[in-house]
Write a protein that binds this ligand. Structure first.
Ligand SMILES: Nc1ncnc2c1ncn2[C@@H]1O[C@H](COP(=O)(O)OP(=O)(O)OP(=O)(O)O)[C@@H](O)[C@H]1O
Length: 484
């Protein structure tokens, strides 16, 4: 793994062994007794265990840690993705009766079974109930709230294991341990503050700790107070971005955007400006930006009253951006950056209108349709403006007469550099014109294009924007003009 990549602390410090799971002694003992019955070849009467309790207290961690200790495979599924009877049959149904090649047991882990709704299930729950009593592999279900009515039959056939919130003292020690291993200076009182604010949710605590430490290099009470109290905004946003960019599956990214306290446009602006920071591959980045621009389209339709479109907005902003990263690489290590004000405004106004205005103007210059432009040309413009040669980008700005907000759209965080480069191109063109004029006035009075090019001067031809093209708007009247 390259140094550029970083692993979020909740993954880095996930318990590797059952001993690392803190403060859940009773749950641990119940779960291990149940699992050991399986391992001894005497499957327990209840062949599924239902681990329940508040979020972020170690339910999933315990299952993964036990699998690690006993060298068992885990098949992890998300119940909300496996609602239909057919899906359950194809996944849990097959796995429950099959031994992996190692011949050892395989734990089937279904997260969030309380996400199964009675209405939308199309038989998923019934199918699960049919499989459990005969399963040949241990099935583990997790839930935050197992007391919903429709889960009653499931409660009857599973071993219910309760997980409680961790005590503040244990959470503080856990956070202190992370700080020590990261060599981060921390104030114990600040850790206590973070633990209190999150009321036993270790995932939230570790995320908050990382947000403070990563942003400031230390964890003081002052920082914890300022940041953790304001978590609804800054930390929630940070968490949303992290959960999208580091999502291992589409549903995780979707959950991140739907659970965020931020408004959709703000999340979009942040994602937009940080895609480049996180995705090193231009094609990944393009796919992510493309998904975002579609999300923006659906959002405007939703706001026009078609609220059904909101679910597409979530799909495109979350899984659309997360799954755009197809290469086998972790996101880059770069820190998140605040979207520049102009970008934010441009995005909030409407990303699409900027895109459409570029498409309309440039498509007619290139004699292609706007949809061909968007599909075949725009991706290259993104690459040139965001990662390519600045001189080329500057030339395109001048040649196509792009406005500042259009440059913002194409270049994102690099727009200032591109605008500067465009100024340099204008200046070079101006000087070129002066030379031309001077040569025109010379004794022979015969300036030759080829000679000027060979002197290394810039011309719009160099950018494929020769004089046959219509003149760019902000260049009108300047080309060929001489300065006295
Ligand atoms: N008891 C614990 N001991 C050590 N680390 C923990 C514990 N509980 C949670 N964590 C940390 O918090 C992260 C999230 O925990 P985990 O996924 O196990 O929570 P969960 O109870 O399954 O939550 P959810 O109900 O939201 O799925 C873990 O990666 C780990 O870093």
């Amino acid at each position: 793994m390259s140094l550029q990549q970083r692993i979020p602390w909740i993954i880095k410090y996930r318990p590797k062994s059952v001993n690392d799971v803190v403060d859940q002694e009773e749950a641990k003992s119940q779960f291990l007794t149940w699992l050991e019955a399986w391992l001894k070849g005497r499957p327990p009467e209840k062949r599924a265990a239902l681990l329940y309790g508040p979020p972020g207290v170690g339910k999933t961690s315990l299952v993964e840690a036990a699998a690690h200790d006993y060298k068992l495979e885990v098949l992890e599924l998300n119940a909300s993705d496996y609602r239909r009877a057919e899906d359950i049959r194809r996944t849990v149904g097959v796995a429950a009766f099959r031994r992996p090649l190692t011949g050892r047991l395989m734990i089937i882990l279904m997260d969030e079974v309380d996400g199964i709704s009675a209405k939308g299930d199309a038989g998923g729950l019934d199918e699960l109930l049919r499989i459990i009593p005969n399963a040949q592999n241990p099935i583990v279900l997790t839930a935050n709230d197992p007391w919903k009515d429709q889960l009653r039959p499931l409660r009857e056939v599973t071993l219910m294991i309760e997980f409680k919130n961790l005590s503040t003292g244990n959470v503080v020690s856990l956070l202190q341990n992370i700080c020590d291993r990261e060599h981060i200076e921390c104030d114990r009182e600040a850790l206590r503050y973070i633990a209190d604010k999150n009321a036993g949710d270790v995932r939230a605590c570790v995320n908050d700790l990382e947000a403070v430490a990563e942003g400031y290099g230390k964890v003081t009470m002052e920082l914890a107070r300022a940041l953790v109290r304001g978590r609804d905004k800054s930390i929630d946003l940070w968490r949303t971005l992290n959960d999208v960019f580091y999502a291992k599956a589409g549903w995780m990214a979707k959950k991140a955007v739907t659970n965020s306290e931020e408004d959709y446009e703000t999340i979009m602006a942040w994602l937009n400006d940080n895609i480049q920071n996180k995705y090193g591959d231009p094609e990944d980045a393009f796919r992510a930006w493309d998904a975002l621009s579609r999300a923006s389209l659906f959002l405007s339709r939703a706001k026009a009253g078609n609220w059904d479109f909101l679910s597409y907005v979530f799909d495109l902003m979350g899984p659309g951006v997360a799954m755009a990263r197809q290469v086998e690489q972790s996101p880059l290590r770069n820190r998140y950056q605040y979207p520049s004000r102009i970008t934010l405004m441009a995005k909030l106004k409407d990303i699409r209108s900027v895109r459409d205005s570029i498409a309309e103007r440039l498509a007619s210059r290139l004699h292609i349709s706007t949809s061909t432009f968007k599909e075949d040309v725009l991706p290259y413009l993104f690459i040139i403006f965001r990662q390519g040669d600045l001189n080329m980008a500057g030339g395109l700005v001048v040649g196509y007469g792009l406005t500042e907000s259009e440059v913002q759209y194409l270049a994102g965080p690099r727009s200032r550099d591109v605008l500067k480069s465009a100024d340099a191109v204008r200046e070079a063109l101006r000087k070129g014109s002066e030379v031309k004029a001077a040569e025109g006035k010379g004794p022979q009075g015969q300036p030759r294009q080829a000679e000027r090019g060979s002197k290394g001067q810039l011309t719009l031809d160099m950018f494929g924007l020769g004089s046959s093209s219509p003149r760019p708007s902000d260049d009108k009247g300047k080309r060929g003009r001489t300065r006295k």
